[in-house]
Design a protein around this ligand. Structure first.
Ligand SMILES: [Fe+2]
Ligand SMILES: [Fe+2]
Length: 231
């Protein structure tokens, strides 16, 4: 190898990749997440990058593992409205899922994994409730897109079912980690559709998203207080 190459650790696959060859901005060209390790110099980077490409394209690891994280879809522009409030929840819970995956990968004590999984479940339950009570009815009335709203409602039901299973489990039971990881993947898919289909339509509609933001915030505060009191 005639010249040194910049190498960083891919934040999702968890392996070394050639940052200079894949993306000059230090972000993965596929998921747009910044590499988690500082750039350093290695001489076998070309070989490592090739290994990464082979692993990514061959489906060599198709089963859900704590390392596997779906790609985070693009955030909507900030407008200080109901969409911003809901998307802030999406970003926060994505970070919690990433933290959980790290705990699972490190085989952290059951008590730690259970505490974080319960926090995730509480946050998702509050988020789904304010969407179902306030945002979805307003969107259904304004958007004239019942198939989109129906699909979102069914996805919420699926997530609630998995949340109930996780809440009822202890973290040292079989499949506990896998259930949390799969919940994260389902939420990624659901958030992508809200971000890419529902939110743009809502912003292009006559919905009063600023007034809705206040309603969502008030109800969220109330539900969080109840959830914390019950925890
Ligand atoms: Fe939702
Ligand atoms: Fe949402």
């Amino acid at each position: 190898m005639s010249s040194a190459t910049a190498v960083g650790k891919h934040p999702v696959a968890g392996i070394a990749v050639d940052t200079s060859a894949n993306c000059a901005a230090g972000k993965c060209p596929n998921c747009q997440i910044a590499y988690s390790e500082g750039v350093r110099w290695l001489t076998f980077a070309g070989m490592v990058a090739t290994m990464f490409d082979r692993r990514r394209t061959s489906g060599a690891n198709p089963t859900p593992t704590p390392q596997k994280e779906a790609i985070m879809s693009k955030a909507p522009p900030k407008k200080n409205d109901a969409v911003d409030l809901l998307d802030a929840d999406h970003i926060a819970v994505k970070k919690q899922f990433q933290a959980f995956n790290k705990l699972a990968e490190a085989k952290a004590p059951a008590q730690k994994r259970k505490a974080l999984a319960d926090e995730i479940c509480r946050a998702l339950t509050v988020h789904a409730t304010i969407e179902e009570e306030i945002f979805y009815p307003a969107a259904r009335a304004a958007l004239d897109d019942d198939p989109l709203m129906d699909e979102a409602t069914v996805e919420h039901a699926g997530a609630k079912d998995l949340i109930a299973q996780i809440e009822a489990m202890s973290a040292d039971e079989p499949l506990f980690d896998a259930k949390v990881v799969v919940l994260g993947e389902q939420i990624d898919h659901h958030v992508k559709e809200e971000r890419e289909e529902m939110f743009p339509q809502a912003r292009a509609s006559a919905m009063d998203l600023v007034a809705l933001k206040d309603q969502l915030a008030a109800r969220k505060q109330e539900l969080m207080a109840q959830a914390e009191a019950a925890a």
